[in-house]
Design a protein around this ligand. Structure first.
Ligand SMILES: CC(C)(COP(=O)(O)OP(=O)(O)OC[C@H]1O[C@@H](n2cnc3c(N)ncnc32)[C@H](O)[C@@H]1OP(=O)(O)O)[C@@H](O)C(=O)NCCC(=O)NCCS
Length: 211
């Protein structure tokens, strides 16, 4: 397989943020993966491309607000980015092509994000991420996975539908930028034999993509 999945780490933050902003340009405030990695409820994974590392030119580091934002600009000026924490110096690191995450509370895993670099769409990477999300939620003994998705997001709706997620509701005008509706979807009893059997079949079919 040309890709592998692992937990998100601090040095992935710049790339995850870049992918997030490309995938969700109107999301405000944008997700803060530095905070998410410190959140005990959050579980984030990344997909990396085998054998590829990040070029300096591909990484746009994310400045913080206030004093640290100023410090960031001074650092850029003197080209000393590397000394200011991993997330600001992703070059030479593994190349992240997508990421996903959920929050786990009680017995519910709530998908907070899933995104793949645009130039890597339609190769099975979103599905690879989603399989790992379901596996992680299963390991945690989650009874249910929940998510919200824009009503017009046919790609994501189709992915979730493929994995047995069903529409359970609609939040009218949920997205603040354009008042688009959110479709609520869930998969219940994910540890049940029937859900897991279907998952195994889908995993096998998916793994044949890269044979
Ligand atoms: C949704 C997303 C993660 C899918 O990633 P991807 O790597 O392109 O998807 P895959 O190639 O793994 O496709 C898996 C399944 O998703 C669905 N899918 C993906 N792209 C699709 C498209 N353009 N049209 C219809 N279905 C699509 C299909 O069901 C597909 O299964 P199939 O190959 O058997 O048809 C990707 O489109 C993305 O990053 N979008 C922007 C961020 C976003 O909208 N995230 C969802 C927020 S709720």
């Amino acid at each position: 397989m040309p890709y592998y999945v692992r937990r998100m780490r601090r040095e992935d933050i710049a790339q995850a943020t870049k992918i997030d902003r490309e995938a969700f340009p109107s999301m405000w405030p944008p997700a803060n993966y530095r905070h998410e990695l410190n959140n005990q409820l959050a579980h984030y994974i990344v997909v990396c491309e085998e054998g590829r590392t990040v070029e300096e030119s591909e990484v746009e580091a994310i400045p913080e607000k206030g004093f640290s934002g100023l410090a960031f600009r001074v650092k850029r000026l003197f080209n000393h980015d590397r000394s200011f924490g991993n997330e600001l110096s992703a070059s030479g690191k593994e190349y992240v092509v997508g990421f996903a995450g959920f929050w786990f509370m009680a017995d519910e895993a709530h998908l907070t994000s899933i995104a793949v670099r645009e130039e890597y769409h339609r190769q099975g990477i979103g599905e690879l991420l989603f399989i790992h999300i379901i596996d992680l939620a299963t390991e945690l003994n989650a009874g249910i996975i929940t998510l919200e998705v824009r009503a017009s997001n046919t790609a994501a709706l189709s992915l979730y539908g493929k994995y047995g997620f069903t529409h359970v509701g609609l939040r009218h005008g949920y997205y603040t930028d354009d008042r688009e509706d959110a479709v609520l979807m869930t998969a219940e009893n994910i540890t049940s034999a029937s859900f897991q059997a279907r998952l195994q079949q889908l995993k096998q079919a998916h793994s044949r993509k890269w044979e």
